[in-house]
Design a protein around this ligand. Structure first.
Ligand code: C5P
Length: 209
């Protein structure tokens, strides 16, 4: 089974995807970490974020073992990731990696912004996870405070709104629900309730096939 999960920043899709992967025994790929890793490596090389040639070089030499680096989770890297994510050649190279992952024999759940629309349009189940900007900012703020970052709620709110706008308005692979995506609004749902609602969506969809 292949599950494609998309949604904006801090919508809860990361935790949801991890939990669904464990529940259904699927491999899990957080594609945001790929774009974040490209941004991190580009900044480490001292290159500007719109240097397409350098970005492609960095993408080609990306080390998948570094994708769980906690340094990728900072707001700065998130914003930088949204900039490199506009480069078509970077997306193409990362799409290849994602499609290879999607064809794993045991099945997979892949989360990002363009999985149901562009990367895996034939996924068995597509879920688009939403939540209000206020709720997403609260969640991300709490997460960052717990991780020791000193940042205000207002700053996070503004960053999330700006990243949404960049992701939704870009020309290539913009953030949007696939036409056949099942919508899940987690604004009023805790982790457990969101997980249960997602299982219900997946199981119902599988019964209809
Ligand atoms: O999901 P996460 O916040 O880690 O993603 C960081 C950035 O990477 C997003 O804001 C987006 O610009 C980009 N991204 C993307 N396509 C994906 C996943 C992430 O453009 N499939």
């Amino acid at each position: 089974m292949l599950i494609a999960m998309d949604g904006p920043a801090a919508s809860g899709k990361g935790t949801l995807a991890k939990n669904l992967a464990a529940h259904y025994g699927l491999a899990h790929l957080d594609t945001g970490s790929l774009y974040r890793a490209v941004a991190r490596d580009l900044m480490a090389a001292g290159k500007p974020l719109d240097d397409e040639e350098a970005a492609v070089d960095v993408t080609r030499s990306l080390d998948p073992d570094t994708l769980s680096d906690p340094g990728l989770r900072t707001p700065e890297v998130g914003q930088a990731a949204a900039k490199v994510a506009k480069i078509g050649a970077v997306r193409e190279a990362l799409h290849k990696f994602q499609r290879t992952f999607a064809s794993k024999p045991g099945g997979a759940i892949i989360e990002g912004r363009d999985i149901g629309t562009v990367v895996c349009p034939d996924a068995d189940v597509k879920i688009y996870v939403e939540a209000s900007t206020d709720v997403r900012a609260e969640r991300r703020h709490k997460e960052l405070l717990e991780a020791g970052h000193d940042i205000s709620y207002d700053e996070i709110h503004a960053q999330i709104a700006a990243r949404d706008e960049a992701d939704r308005s870009r020309k290539i692979s913009p953030l949007k629900p696939a036409e056949d995506a099942l919508l899940l609004d987690t604004s009023d749902l805790g982790i457990e309730a969101a997980f249960e609602a997602a299982i219900k969506l997946v199981d119902t969809k599988l019964l209809q096939r």
